[in-house]
Design a protein. Structure first.
Length: 749
């Protein structure tokens, strides 16, 4: 849904001026084009398929006020939803944006109707989105006012899109829509004036790099490796680049031709030095930070770029001078998020129309990602390999990519090498989605005892439940051994650790297909049989019946309480305290993603003494590649109603990011133990990354550590009692981790 609602945004920097917006928001649909009979300024579909499936137009017979309302009605199959959109390309001043208006529905049964709003950053980066998915309007309803609000960061938002939608069958009428900034009509909001920087005026190479093919050999591999390191170094160190005086993407395509042509290291060094000499020489910087092992947890690693092992000393000396005289307080391409410290990568063009970028743009993709990791990934030191050698080994995949799919797989393989569960290829590649498959099996599987095991059956479609059973082990898929398939897809499965890769393999690759069915060979006891599984919608791959059925909190028995953070709300804490008052123990089932932030609410309830539970490492725009620790963070408080019993937290590979952080906050209390298996090992506020071809990924942007410096990235949280489920337990429909938690509480520590 969100991917469908893409629109072009404007790229530049902006300054506030005191002018007031002059455009008119036609929210009453009263301004009609006399020729087309369509409301002026509204887009009534995004594509031909929607146009065919949903009729969108004015209605003069049913309206809330005035002469007209706008009606969406399902008329044909094809598209899943109908939509209308009002694009706002004025760049406004404010802190909160609201869309509200009247909606009336008729026979909305299979989906819902609602308002929607999307805020676009540069290159259509999502800065905020709401389509009322969790509170959509169903059935037959009379006119009623609905509202959606989003935080509005004026410095980041480049375009606004608002409107209405109907998903599924039925009809929906919309009327008297209002768009407000900080409670005032958007037409009264102050607008921003564009200030175009020098680099933004350079629009060369917009349709291609003019580098279509590269034949790799040993020398060209050296050339392109050093060129990538050189380009990334200057991007984050040279003051002129940092100010936005250069379009650094475009400059790569001016740099590359003589680099590619270099026949030896001396020619390579000369080509790089000649390019560097065209840039202005930085002024002396007396305050620029230097390497200090005591001050920084991680210091920059420049590989062979500065040490004259490959390049000439004269070039190395000039690069060292730039390193030592950066004069960078802020950088056009990156800044650290306020109050958090994770990198925010800015002004990175997505080149979304280039689904299959040419060789030059594919190199740009490799270099851009490599530079971001080298200078701003807080876990660079635990990736598991020398990041300076990654460009060389990744070049064949990027240079040799034959089509959109090859390119996406090259990017995905590169992302997987940082071993960060946050760092996947989340969107942007139609070819990758096709490669994975658009259908999924109607059951859930997990690797239990290293075997692909059925752990939940979702549906009776085509009698699946009569053929398969919990605890069945899938040994082959379409006649391919599961063990061999795992080996094939592991390099394409970004995750912090092996447990989390196994978590993701079934839903991403193993049990998906573009065919209506797949053949599986199933082992049940000593019997092996084949079964052609009918496939369904992709959402089945991500369905978790246990999570759907879980209660936010309950009593397991008179002495043990249970909390499921995936549904817990902080507003429920008083009720929980009352219900659990006479229990001896609480089980917190952290095999989910918390729906609310719990470290200082529920955490303070179970922790009666204030102490540190975490510390963070953050990067530095002024000293790229360095990371230092900030102060420790504490939770817990002395309280008369603090919980006096024991607490057991259950974790596994589904416990990721906020779940891991929350577990750390809880386990810093003396009365808390953690049981289960390796968690996802990916914590820290995420930073978004966009790559050529419109590919979107992320990284963990800050380092999250225990107060003693112990890491959680890759390893997961500390576990007191390690336990995994068994096939026998799955077959008998037992939750062995929950049983173990009860046992621990009953026996004491």
């Amino acid at each position: 849904m969100q991917k469908t609602l893409l629109f072009i945004c404007v790229i530049s920097l902006f300054l506030v001026q005191n002018a007031v917006s002059q455009f008119k928001f036609n929210g009453d649909f009263e301004d009609i084009n006399s020729g087309t009979q369509k409301p002026i300024s509204w887009l009534l579909s995004f594509n031909k398929e929607q146009e065919k499936s949903y009729a969108v137009g004015i209605d003069s017979s049913i309206k809330q006020s005035g002469k007209y309302s706008l009606l969406i009605r399902k008329v044909d199959s094809g598209a899943e939803f109908g939509v209308f959109d009002f694009p706002v390309n004025e760049l406004l001043v404010g802190k909160e944006i609201e869309l509200k208006g009247y909606i009336k529905t008729e026979n909305v049964a299979t989906g819902y109707a609602g308002l929607w709003m999307r805020l676009d950053g540069e290159d259509k980066k999502n800065m905020g989105f709401d389509n009322m998915q969790d509170r959509g309007i169903k059935g037959n309803t009379d006119w009623k006012v609905y509202s959606i609000k989003l935080p509005y960061k004026g410095d980041d938002v480049k375009a606004i899109h608002v409107g209405g939608l109907l998903i599924g069958d039925g009809k929906a009428w919309f009327d008297h829509l209002e768009l407000l900034i900080d409670g005032q009509p958007v037409t009264q909001a102050k607008i921003k004036k564009r200030e175009v920087l020098k680099g933004e005026l350079d629009t060369a190479f917009q349709t291609g790099s003019q580098i279509s093919k590269i034949e790799l050999n040993a020398q060209k591999t050296i050339n392109l490796t050093l060129a990538g390191q050189f380009w990334a170094f200057l991007k984050y160190h040279h003051p002129a680049v940092a100010k936005g005086d250069y379009n650094w993407d475009v400059e790569l395509f001016r740099l590359l031709p003589p680099v590619i042509a270099a026949k030896n290291n001396r020619e390579l060094s000369a080509a790089l030095e000649q390019y560097l000499d065209r840039l202005p020489k930085p002024a002396i910087c007396k305050s620029c930070a230097k390497s200090d092992a005591d001050k920084y947890e991680i210091v920059p690693d420049y590989g062979s770029l500065l040490n004259s092992s490959v390049l000439q000393k004269s070039l190395g000396d000039k690069l060292k001078y730039i390193r030592d005289n950066r004069n960078i307080d802020k950088n056009y391409y990156v800044e650290m998020e306020q109050q958090v410290g994770n990198p925010k990568f800015k002004h990175e063009k997505a080149y979304s129309t280039m689904a299959y970028p040419d060789a030059g743009y594919r190199l740009l993709s490799l270099y851009r990602y490599w530079g971001m990791i080298n200078y701003f990934f807080p876990y660079r030191d635990i990736i598991g390999e020398d990041w300076n050698k990654v460009i060389a080994s990744a070049l064949p995949d990027f240079v040799g990519a034959r089509d959109e799919k090859d390119y996406a797989l090259a990017v995905l393989s590169l992302i997987a090498r940082v071993h960060d569960t946050h760092a996947n290829l989340w969107s942007g590649s139609t070819a990758l989605n096709q490669f994975k498959g658009k259908f999924a099996v109607p059951f859930q599987t997990k690797f239990i005892e290293n075997a692909l095991t059925i752990t939940a059956l979702h549906t009776d479609t085509l009698d699946v439940k009569s053929k398969l059973a919990l605890g069945d082990v899938i040994v082959k898929i379409d006649d391919k051994d599961v063990a061999e398939m795992v080996k094939t897809y592991l390099p394409l499965t970004p995750a912090s650790n092996y447990d989390t890769q196994l978590r993701d393999l079934p839903v991403n690759y193993l049990l998906r297909s573009n065919n209506p069915s797949i053949k599986i060979s199933v082992k049940r006891g000593n019997e092996i049989f084949d079964y052609a599984v009918p496939l369904g919608k992709l959402m089945l791959a991500y369905k978790n019946p246990a999570a759907e059925q879980a209660q936010a909190f309950k009593l397991l028995n008179d002495s043990i309480g249970y909390v499921y953070p995936g549904k817990y709300k902080n507003a429920q804490l008083p009720e929980i305290k009352k219900l659990f008052a006479n229990t001896k123990g609480i089980i917190v089932d952290m095999r989910c993603y918390p729906s609310e932030f719990m470290p200082f609410t529920f955490g303070n309830y179970i922790k009666n003494k204030k102490s540190a539970f975490v510390k963070f490492s953050v990067g530095n725009v002024a000293y790229p590649g360095s990371f230092s620790f900030g102060p420790e963070l504490q939770n817990g408080q002395s309280s008369n109603d603090a919980y006096k019993g024991k607490v057991v937290v259950i974790v596994n590979a589904s416990s990721q990011s906020q779940a891991e952080y929350t577990t750390m906050a809880f386990q810093s209390a003396a009365n808390v133990k953690v049981i289960g298996s390796t968690t996802a090992g990916a914590d820290g506020n995420v930073s978004s990354i966009v790559l050529p071809g419109g590919l979107n990924t992320m990284i963990s942007g800050i380092g999250v550590f225990y107060p003693d410096g112990g890491q959680t990235q890759r390893t997961g949280v500390k576990i007191d009692h390690k336990i995994y489920p068994t096939i026998k337990g799955i077959t008998e429909e037992k939750d062995e981790l929950l049983d173990k938690a009860v046992e621990v509480l009953n026996k004491g520590w």
